[in-house]
Design a binder for this molecule. Structure first.
Ligand SMILES: Nc1ncnc2c1ncn2[C@@H]1O[C@H](COP(=O)(O)OP(=O)(O)O)[C@@H](O)[C@H]1O
Ligand SMILES: C=C(OP(=O)(O)O)C(=O)O
Ligand SMILES: [Ca+2]
Ligand SMILES: [Mn+2]
Length: 560
């Protein structure tokens, strides 16, 4: 098995900055004469900064001390280039085919890509970085991960995003449960069987390995491991969740589900509550636990006033991906989208002042489904019954605007099962059944919150003020929203409250905010049609043991 021999860290020597190789590796990964000669093992942020600034083009220290880096051509994930090895086990276990993110590859092709990645990593004249870390704050279900990478930025990113071991834990680390070989700077060979581009992200469950070629976007590593957790955890009757999570002073836990850009990170980071995590969680019989040790916030248009906790977390140790800054002052311009709209900050969770360490909590009281509805027809908040919660969870709707180019006025609807189809390994109904069972058992209330448009679709209306969304969320947490009056909407059958403290009541029913009622009705029917069309794939599946629940869920969608 792969092992790393530990050599004692040396005292600092002024002339030795290049060679802080604390470990002699014996990772036998290729039969080529090349071996990982210089392994930089679990370096500290300061050491990683020095490597990045010295050797990696585009790495700079910003005015607040963060490490600004560039991910190259890929500035977001590449779901069409993800492959999963189909073998005797995964063939029956996994979700394959239409709608599934798991595109098959065979073992042999995986080994070709693996050898390509390993030989690339071996051939570097400098060094490779190795991180040994953990996933999951639930100590009984902790997973040991090893990340082998060529860039200091990737090593620092994972240092921030995974759980950092103590010195003792590292000494007794042993064999990892899962290993990533990140050779993202080097392309895959697109003439290799199953490949369709020079990017490939390959998962081999039985070998417990992932290989990355042709993309340096760091989120690929964290979300790759999330896929692995979506396989491992349900086998232990633990539900993995693409959600943020926080807890109030009285111990009330809320989950925030939603696709990218809907507000998981923003709304789970709440100055009045304890942060459990912003993106990936587990729900076991004991309660919730964060999978990660850090947060990965979108930072486009970030402002100190609106998001002070995230703003202040961008300091020494944080990684800033693809942001633009002034050459001289190194002040970051968060409004600049010239590299990408998907600019990111990755920081350890303890950079948020009220993070709860260890990141675990009791069973959730509220399950909040976030949708950024650029059509502007979903209410800012509605209370859901269990069947509706499951309907919207399985639908996984959001609609963002396609881009920022001129002329794009039409929002594009996205449906992503369980608000994270890209990371599911099993069929969506497996996760849905587990969620229904847990919500029922622990009496959690479901909510649908539209963090998107109001007063018209994208182009005529505007995005709901973050301050209003926060007030809505406050009312959910405090329980006051359970006490108000509700009315049911026609098409979607959603229960909308008549009032929410400190939110103008007229915005609560979207019809009031549109100047053209016909246009509103047309858009509403259009969205309802998209929901129905999307749900057709699921009508043949039973959800859980209970046929009654399945029928209720099918009936909980829009009627038109
Ligand atoms: N009403 C709102 N609710 C939530 N987020 C909003 C709202 N209006 C604007 N935003 C912005 O939308 C983005 C949400 O992104 P983020 O929280 O990172 O999403 P996720 O974690 O779900 O990918 C942030 O940049 C936030 O400032
Ligand atoms: C990191 C990602 O997720 P999110 O936008 O949900 O934070 C991603 O999709 O690349
Ligand atoms: Ca080497
Ligand atoms: Mn996020």
């Amino acid at each position: 098995m792969d092992q790393i021999k530990v050599v004692q860290a040396k005292k600092h020597d002024q002339n030795d900055v290049d060679k802080v190789s604390h470990f002699t590796p014996t990772i036998c990964v290729s039969d080529s004469a090349l071996k990982f000669t210089d392994v930089l093992y679990n370096l500290t942020p300061a050491e990683l900064y020095e490597h990045a600034v010295k050797y990696e083009k585009g790495s700079f220290i910003t005015s607040t001390g963060a490490l600004a880096t560039q991910s190259g051509a890929k500035t977001g994930r590449s779901p069409r280039d993800k492959r999963v090895v189909k073998d005797a086990t995964t063939q029956d276990d996994l979700w394959w085919g239409k709608g599934s993110p798991n595109i098959e590859m065979d073992e042999h092709t995986f080994m070709i890509n693996r050898e390509r990645a390993v030989d690339y990593l071996n051939s570097l004249d400098k060094v490779v970085f190795v991180n040994d870390q953990f996933l999951n704050w639930d100590s009984e279900n902790k997973i040991k991960v090893r990340i082998v990478s060529a860039r200091a930025y990737h090593s620092l990113f994972m240092h921030n995003m995974c759980i950092r071991p103590t010195k003792e834990e590292l000494e007794n680390f042993g064999t990892p449960d899962f290993t990533i070989y990140n050779a993202g700077k080097f392309p895959c060979n697109r003439y290799t069987h199953y490949m369709t581009s020079s990017t490939s992200v390959d998962l081999h469950i039985a070998r417990k390995e992932m290989v990355i070629l042709g993309t340096m976007y760091a989120g690929e590593m964290k979300k790759g491991l999330f896929s692995v957790m979506h396989y491992l955890m349900p086998k232990r009757q633990i539900l993995s969740l693409h959600s943020g999570c926080n807890m109030g002073k009285s111990g009330d836990v809320a989950l925030f589900f939603g696709l990218s850009g809907t507000g998981k990170t923003t709304l789970s980071t709440d100055h009045n509550r304890y942060l459990i995590g912003d993106d990936e969680h587990c729900w076991s019989d004991k309660g919730v636990s964060n999978i990660e040790g850090g947060c990965y916030a979108k930072c486009i248009d970030l402002s100190r006033e609106k998001e002070p906790d995230i703003w202040n977390a961008i300091k020494f140790g944080a990684v800033l991906e693809n942001v633009v800054f002034d050459d001289h002052t190194r002040l970051v311009n968060y409004a600049d989208k010239s590299v990408t709209e998907n600019t990111r900050a990755a920081y350890p969770i303890e950079f948020i002042p009220n993070a709860l360490i260890p990141c675990v909590g009791p069973h959730p009281k509220n399950v909040i489904l976030l949708a950024c509805d650029a059509f502007g027809v979903l209410p800012p908040v509605s209370k859901l019954n269990l069947a509706q919660t499951m309907y919207h969870f399985i639908s996984g709707y959001t609609a963002l605007v396609a881009g920022t180019e001129d002329g794009i006025k039409e929002p594009t609807a996205t449906f992503s099962a369980c608000f994270g189809a890209a990371f599911l390994m099993l069929h969506p109904t497996k996760y849905a059944a587990m969620l229904a069972e847990k919500m029922q058992r622990h009496g959690a209330t479901g909510w649908l919150v539209n963090t998107g448009w109001s007063g018209g679709s994208y182009g005529s209306g505007s995005r709901i003020k973050l301050a209003y969304t926060r007030k809505i969320i406050d009312a959910i947490h405090s329980g006051s929203l359970l006490k108000t009056e509700y009315k049911k909407t026609e098409v979607f059958g959603l229960e909308i409250p008549s009032e929410v403290e400190e939110v103008p009541s007229e915005i609560l029913d979207p019809v009031n905010t549109w100047s053209d009622e016909n246009a509103y009705n047309e858009t509403l029917m259009k969205l309802a049609g998209l929901f129905k069309n999307n749900f057709e794939t699921f009508t043949n599946y039973q959800i859980g043991e209970d046929n009654k629940l399945t029928e209720e869920i099918l009936a909980a969608g829009p009627h038109c």
